[in-house]
Design a protein around this ligand. Structure first.
Ligand SMILES: *Cc1c(COP(=O)(O)O)cnc(C)c1O
Length: 379
């Protein structure tokens, strides 16, 4: 066997060893190493994960319906409880689209959809900063691919011009809110590009935007009014929706094709019906959380302005980078902020480009204006 221990040692020596942090959650606070800190690294964007009132209301519904805690099977065998199809219909109707298909996680979705739909005759053009799960999906698909510079749609258009007619189809793949920079894709421009060339399909991952953006919380596609024009609109339930799982909104044909060909869907036990029921409970209430969305927008703007010129200006969302540059300085700054009661984490290369080590703030609706003012003082 390889000497894995010495490889770990090297990681440790270079300060790159990953560890599972031991933390205790208390609402929007975390306790770690004797410190109690405001959680500024959470994906619980609407602050719903710790809402007792919602949990209580759901448990009452659960008492009546008794959804099982296991599906005991893939949906293709005996795991297809009615609640799955119900939730798919609710989502499709809300988005006013033909079909929805659920998955166990965003990771399952992104590593399964492209391998099912793309082949050697498909060219994939993906934004340079897409999530690791999308990269894995691209690699698993074995399709030829190119990455365009982050949000550089002129370069994308050049690639479309050059490759049009050379392949059976071209997939443009992007996120809507990007996870490290917190900036927002111009989905309308992508839709218009897609329409200017034949056989182009648009794939958008809204993991950070579903629940958070748009009048009804349906994401950037709702905000930019282009839900109908995105061929594959992916979102996840593990972040703002305080649950687990993912979906794709697509045509009826694509849904049926994925059911036949998508391996993470076919070969994995479906999520527990109780989990799906909780997701549905939250999803149905998304339009009601506009106050949470507004609060999050207000605190985000405060922090963006305070960090203007230091990375804040890059962000167009509740994910806000504070770019420090040097790795060591970045770690020291994060530690200092933690001592002052703010749980924020350093993000270093290779997760982000060299020389752009940063603290990544990820705000949630239960962080108050006063909290942010105190944070700004501490900065
Ligand atoms: C979090 C995330 C995922 C993964 O979703 P999970 O449900 O946590 O597996 C996929 N894509 C993006 C852009 C994400 O931020």
């Amino acid at each position: 066997m390889k000497d894995y221990n010495s490889i770990l040692q090297e990681l440790e020596n270079s300060g790159n060893l990953r560890r599972l942090p031991e933390i205790v959650h208390k609402g929007n606070l975390v306790e770690k190493g004797g410190l109690t800190m405001l959680n500024l690294s959470s994906n619980d964007y609407l602050g719903l994960a710790s809402r007792r009132d919602l949990q209580q209301a759901f448990l009452e519904e659960w008492q009546e319906k008794q959804y099982p805690f296991s599906s005991s099977s893939s949906r293709l065998l005996t795991g297809n409880f009615r609640i799955y199809t119900e939730l798919e219909q609710v989502i499709a109707e809300r988005f006013n689209r033909e079909a929805t298909l659920l998955f166990n996680s965003g990771y399952h979705a992104n590593t399964g959809i492209l391998p099912a739909l793309a082949d050697k005759q498909t060219l994939i053009l993906a934004d340079k900063l897409v999530h690791a799960s999308i990269i894995d999906g691209i690699l698993l698909s074995n399709a030829p691919f190119q990455r365009f510079r982050h949000n550089d749609y002129d370069q994308l258009e050049t690639l479309l011009q050059k490759n049009t007619g050379q392949y059976e189809q071209i997939f443009i793949v992007t996120e809507s809110i990007f996870s490290m920079d917190g900036d927002v894709a111009d989905l309308r421009r992508l839709v218009s590009l897609k329409k200017s060339y034949p056989d182009v399909c648009l794939y958008v991952d809204e993991a950070h935007a579903i629940g958070v953006r748009g009048k009804n919380g349906l994401g950037i596609a709702e905000e930019q009014d282009c839900i109908q024009e995105i061929d594959l609109l992916v979102g996840t339930f593990g972040k703002a929706l305080a649950s687990m799982g993912a979906y794709v909104i697509c045509s009826r044909v694509i849904r049926e094709y994925l059911i036949n060909c998508m391996r993470p869907l076919i070969f994995s036990t479906a999520l527990p019906p109780a989990q799906i029921a909780w997701t549905q409970f939250i999803f149905e209430r998304l339009p009601e959380f506009s106050e949470e969305r507004e609060r999050l927008a207000t605190t985000s703007h405060l922090l963006i302005d305070a960090l203007s010129g230091k990375g804040g200006e890059i962000s167009g969302s509740h994910i806000i980078p504070y770019i420090i540059g040097d790795n060591k300085d970045c770690i020291l700054k994060a530690e200092e902020l933690q001592r002052k009661g703010f749980y924020c984490l350093p993000v270093r290369p290779p997760t982000v480009p060299k020389g752009t080590a940063r603290i990544r703030f990820s705000l949630t609706a239960d962080v108050t204006t006063e909290d942010i003012q105190q944070l700004i003082q501490a900065l």
